[in-house]
Design a protein around this ligand. Sequence first.
Ligand code: PLP
Length: 375
Amino acid sequence: MHVPLLDLQAQYQSIRTEIDAAVSDVFASQAFIGGPTVEACEAAVAAYCGCTYGIGMSSGTDALLAALMAEGMGPGDEVITTPYTFFATAGSIHRLGATPVFVDIDPATFTIDPARIEPAVTERTRAIMPVHLYGRTAEMEPIAAIAARHGLSTIEDACQAIGAEDGGRRAGAMGDYGCFSFYPSKNLPAAGDAGMITTADPDRAHRLRILRNHGMNSKYTHSMIGGNFRLDALQAAVIQVKLPHLDAWTEARQDNAARYAQLFEEHGLVSDPVVLPRIDAADDGERHVVNQYVIRVPRRDDLRDHLRAHDVGCEVYYSIPLHLQECFRDLGYRKGDFPASEEAAHETLAIPIYPELSNDAAAYVVATIAAFYRG
Ligand SMILES: *Cc1c(COP(=O)(O)O)cnc(C)c1O
């Protein structure tokens, strides 16, 4: 049996006529940059996130960058974030000449540990950038309280978490900015690179619209130095077709997670050797959207090789935490500085969780893992 990590073909076939019609409409209009398709997509995503404004961006990375630019971040400024995340989180901070200040994660959730944030605040700290990793929101209540106490802005890296909730509020509606990615491996995939920023603040929304278009406020009049961070109409059309399906896909991911939990239990693997991700029930006011299903296991690299040899797709996300990346050597961190992040980088493995994953495929994945530890 072949089980891929992600099956975009299955998704496309289920909505092919809708997608093809929407793409064909954009070609018929020949309006590729801006216009009603982009605006409709922005409004739809903002409404879905429970936020006032949506500003289309060329990628999740550019969304993070533009949010930091809109806050005027530059040399001498510090932004607190986690080292256990995709590169773009800290890369966007460093690119502007600002300093990423890392804080370790809570090992139970893989998100920034709020208790460690305040000791990292200095007089140079300007913002906190929590990451809603793998589809689970960071603990935004204590983070917002720290931000308020110290006058910091909050930029949610919500790239993996569209539709995730904490205390009944959605990712992207809890901080000053919510940054989203529609990269094909995310829960709401475009047909290539695309992103979005949500904000409730009209001034920030205005600055972002200018920044994404070279800082131009009217033709050839530049009030700021921006870039080309625009979302194009073809991507906007695809996102808009897919958005009404997102809740059903998210529920399918959650059902798959529940099935995995049951299968791992049946095979007697739970806790030892396999630690399952914590995916809380909706009645806690939390909604984990399961962008990745990440288990913690001993002999992780050997298990990865075993799964691949048996045709099961799997992936090690973030095998080197950001504080140990060569390009961030100038920040002066060392091995051992963030033990929870380093342990997660060493022990975790993502297994297939895409919405169309069949019961048989999930059973095969768990049986293959069971065989590895029995063998
Ligand atoms: C995907 C991702 C990004 C970057 O998004 P792109 O659209 O690929 O540029 C940033 N942060 C996190 C946590 C991500 O998962």
